[in-house]
Design a protein around this ligand. Sequence first.
Ligand SMILES: CCCCCCCCCCCCC[C@H](O)CC(=O)SCCNC(=O)CCNC(=O)[C@H](O)C(C)(C)COP(=O)(O)OP(=O)(O)OC[C@H]1O[C@@H](n2cnc3c(N)ncnc32)[C@H](O)[C@@H]1OP(=O)(O)O
Length: 257
Amino acid sequence: MTDLVRVVPGPCTEIVLDNPPLNVVSRELTRQLRAALHTVARDPEVRAVVVHGAGGKAFCAGSDIAEFHDLHGRVAEDKLLLERLVYRQLATLPVPTVAAIEGHALGGGLELALCCDFRIATRRSKLGMPELKLGVTPGSGGTQRLPRIIGLARAKEMILLGEPIDAAHALAIGLVTRVVDPGQAVDAAREMAETLASRGPVAMRVAKHLLDLSTETALEDGLAHELDGSETVFATDDMLEGAAAFLAKRPARFTGR
Ligand SMILES: CCCCCCCCCCCCC[C@H](O)CC(=O)SCCNC(=O)CCNC(=O)[C@H](O)C(C)(C)COP(=O)(O)OP(=O)(O)OC[C@H]1O[C@@H](n2cnc3c(N)ncnc32)[C@H](O)[C@@H]1OP(=O)(O)O
């Protein structure tokens, strides 16, 4: 079986979508991505994850349209359900994730990038949700995650009109974190991942969870969760190390305990 998803292990692990020419999300790629995420989620050495597409033409051009015929009237079949579960696996990784977007991120491809905490694009990137041009709707979280990231009005514009936007526009509306020169997205994402990986890993996990919770929780409940989070991180050895390192004017050496 061809490797459609490659994992480059390390504290800054890379997950590479490799389904030429445009890294579309086929049934098999979904299966392999699920296995990769299962492994990464359980590796205590992983501190950050970079997701990128091979080939330089596309991060991911969305679901494999060639598989749609087989799915007619069978929306709950394994591929679709599997795809949704895989996207949730990525969105709930306990470490920070960065999508490095060279070229196109469309449909399910953009939905995959929306599951990452950060998105770095290049000046040539195009981001869009063209599903309605195909007579379908975003089905891997796009209708729920996009408005939470860029606001309802802009999400309606992207999804209901279905036209892609360029990187400058994506940066202006907060859909991407940075825009770099073509060919530089992966290096920029690696650099960001190194910084994220240098922070306290327990604090990172807790902060990511609290921030994600904030979009679904009333303020008072969220503040209560935040207090619980502070209790967790202030009970760690890493908190003592962080404070000691600051006072000694040296870099902290976090252990994740
Ligand atoms: C219990 C109940 C549970 C129920 C669960 C139900 C939930 C349902 C979940 C469903 C999942 C939905 C996921 C998602 O929301 C849906 C989608 O992603 S739809 C697809 C969206 N993507 C697109 O529409 C992009 C289409 N592609 C393009 O617009 C262009 O290809 C491009 C990216 C702009 C590049 O253009 P070009 O450079 O000109 O290249 P070509 O167009 O010539 O393409 C080259 C080659 O690739 C083929 N191709 C391109 N995109 C796709 C694709 N998405 N799928 C399949 N194949 C694709 C293209 O046909 C060419 O092939 P060739 O002609 O060379 O054989």
